[in-house]
Design a protein around this ligand. Structure first.
Ligand code: ADP
Length: 152
């Protein structure tokens, strides 16, 4: 059976930090599902279809990567698509504190789902979608922080 892992996120927008995590995870998982969580309470800068299109463009040459969207609990989505693993990136201790609780919850709700954490490479650890959005809103140049496929 193929080892499939879900990388859940908002990807608002995808950054070079996300890309690095995905590429590294490809060396030990057969398939990665990039799953955009849709939360009606949350305000996004970019439309869902735009974010989804970017993910597809960035990984167009990698057949082991698929892109999907989901509503509701991440653990329920994993069960639906029959994956027992979640992928997340850790940049700093704030990420760790937040991710630890979510991972423990997903383990309970998802009846044994394991979260695999990859520590951000030093050259990407300062990059976040939040920072990229701030630069874009301020009419700055974010091109060094996002994949070249993203045309703003
Ligand atoms: P969410 O809204 O669920 O936090 P994001 O799209 O912001 O979604 O992030 C998805 C995942 O990618 C999170 O685990 C986050 O820690 C990780 N991530 C974001 N930026 C980086 C980066 N520069 N290096 C490593 N991991 C990152």
């Amino acid at each position: 059976m193929k080892r499939k892992i879900v990388f859940p996120g908002s990807f608002d927008p995808i950054t070079t930090g996300h890309v690095d995590i995905v590429k590294r995870a490809l060396s030990f998982f057969d398939e990665i599902v990039l799953a955009i969580g849709v939360n009606s309470q949350k305000k996004y800068l970019f439309e869902l279809e735009t974010r989804k299109g970017w993910l597809k463009d960035v990984f167009a040459d990698e057949p082991r990567i698929t892109v999907d969207t989901y509503e509701g609990l991440t653990a329920h989505y994993c069960k639906k698509i029959e994956s027992r693993f979640l992928l997340r990136g850790l940049r700093n201790s704030s990420d760790f504190d937040y991710e630890k609780t979510i991972s423990q919850l997903n383990h309970i709700v998802g009846e044994g789902i394991e979260t695999v954490f990859l520590i951000s490479a030093p050259e990407f650890s300062h990059i976040s979608s939040t920072i990229v959005r701030e630069i874009i809103k301020g009419n700055g140049d974010a091109s060094g922080l996002i994949p070249k496929e993203i045309k703003l």
